[in-house]
Design a protein around this ligand. Sequence first.
Ligand code: AMP
Length: 283
Amino acid sequence: MQVFDTVSGLREFLAAHRAASKRIGLVPTMGYLHAGHLSLVHAARRECDVVVMSIFVNPKQFGPQEDFATYPRDMEGDLHQACEAGVDAVFAPSVQEMYPPGFLTEVAVHELTAPLCGASRPGHFNGVTTVVAKLFNIVGPDRAYFGQKDYQQVTVLRQMATDLCMPLEVITCPTVREPDGLAMSSRNAYLNPAERQAALVLSRALRLAEERLAQGERQGARLTATLRDCIVKEPLARIDYVAVCDPDTLREVAQISDPVLVALAVYIGKTRLIDNALLHAEN
Ligand code: AMP
C-alpha cells in the first residue's frame, strides 16, 4: 500500500492505472477507521481494480462550535487497517494541501441540504460537497463508496455528481452495526460506558418504527411522536431531530408510503449521533 500526502503524488500513481484502463474505486473517510469504513473498502475491492482511500478530517464541514479539534485521529492505526483491508493507496493530505492560501471555491447542493442534518449543521454539507468534489477531481474514480449511515450525505453527493456530470457511480453501502445495534461511528469513541448504553436508544427507536409500520401506522406525525416518546425515556438522550421522510426528497411526509426513510439525530451527553433506516410500508 502506498501513502500520499500530495495531490501530485497521488495523481502520478493513478496515471499509470488509468492508462491501463483499471477501474478505480474511492472510499472517502475522515479516518479513525472502524468496520463500517472497512465494509466500503471491501465493496470497492470486489468491484474495482485499484482502491484509493482518503483520510482527511475536513475542517470545512465542521461548524465553529463543533468537534474539529477533538475529532479522534489515529493515522498509524488507520494505515495498518487500510493495508490489511486491501487498500492500494491512501491519500492523507494536510489542510494546506487541500485548501492552499487563496482557495475561494465552494460547491453547494440546494434543497436536499435544507432539512435534517442540514438544518442543525449550517454549512456542513457545503463543506462535504466541496471536499468530495475535490477528491473526485483528484482521483477520477469510476466508483465512489459511501455508507447509508450518512443517508443525507450520500443523497446530496449523488445529486452533485449527476448535476455536475461527474463521470462516476456513487455507491451506497449498508450501515454496519455493533452486535447490540449501535451504528458504528468514529464519534462512538466519545461515549463513556453509561452513554454507550444510552446510545442504544437510536437503534431501538428505529426498530420501534419498523414495528409500528408493520402494524399499519401510516401517519408521519404519529410515528414521529411515538419515536420521540421512546427516545425521551432515555435520560442521557436529547433529541436533535426525528423525521419520517421521503427517501428521495428528504422532506417529511404526512402520509407514509413505501419505502420511507426514518432519520434520527440525538445527542447522548455532548455527543451527537445519527442513524436511519429505509423501511417498508407496504399496504
Ligand atoms: P466518516 O469517516 O465518518 O466521514 O465516514 C466515511 C464514510 O464511511 C462515509 O461514507 C460514511 O457514511 C461511512 N460510514 C461511517 N460509518 C459507517 C457505518 N457504521 N456503516 C457503513 N458506513 C459507514
